[in-house]
Write a protein that binds this ligand. Sequence first.
Ligand code: MN
Length: 327
Amino acid sequence: MTASIFPPVDPRLLSALREKDAAVIIAHRNPDGDAVFSSLAMREILQTLGKECLLLNEGEFLRSDIKAYEKEFLRSAPQSFLDKDPLVVVLDCSTPDRPGEPFKALRSLKTVCIDHHSAGEPFTEEGLSYIVPLSPSTTLLVDQVRRELEVELTPAMAEYLYIGFATDTGFFHFLSEKTAPESLRRVSDFTAMGVSPYDIYDTMHDGRALKDIKDAASIILSARPALDGAVIFARQALDMGEERLSDGIYATLLETEGVKAVVFLKERKDGLEIGFRSKHRSGIDVGALAATLGGGGHIHAAGATVQMSPEEAERMLEKRFSELLDQ
Ligand SMILES: [Mn+2]
């Protein structure tokens, strides 16, 4: 029997969740499915224990698949709620800047963190973080916390936990032989509650504007191979709007013969957002690369925001990748 990929949760974290009567739940800004649905699942779990919960997120809710849930989240915590001395539950964040603006007003409150990113800096008191980089999603860690709190799984929890898992694994793509067996056993608990993977795939993918699909196509058309095709650069200009187009672009470009990594540069009002993806057996740890740029993520999926032009960024990164490929 090999060790579980989900180690036990520190009893101090469990006590913190049990003790407080109120909780503010916050995940990273510019949320993805795992951020939104780990927040919603955690709210269900804590409400079952009789806690009063507030969901916070800086936004923006760019992806059409999560836009519908935006109304569940506030952008800042009302003072009347902070007066309850709530516990702060930070989800899917590896550094204290990831939750963004709304977190600043919460820094004096007791905080726990549940996360699965590989590079980061702990920002809670000792024993109040549950960080498991091997977990395919934060929702599976929220599920581990649920089990240890002995909260019974409900259909709503199962659906939220499933969606975070499915979206963070690219619908089961990013599971290795190391993570799959135990993760999928847990996911089968969710589907046993009536979750339909087919419906959820469609809900999370359908309904995109044709313009966004065409924008994604134009980004692919102008993608530039570098380093003999080992790295492909793609760019999204500011005037293309803010819709998140990246998943399909990464998926398509990563299918290119000989490619090891894809870099997606998005011009945003507050800087240049750089997204990285690397192939499973490429040997390229883009999480470590992103961390050197002030960002973070996972071995094969990461990001950072920098203050430079796309041209400067591409030159700098081409050099960095050529060093990584030489190793
Ligand atoms: Mn995640």
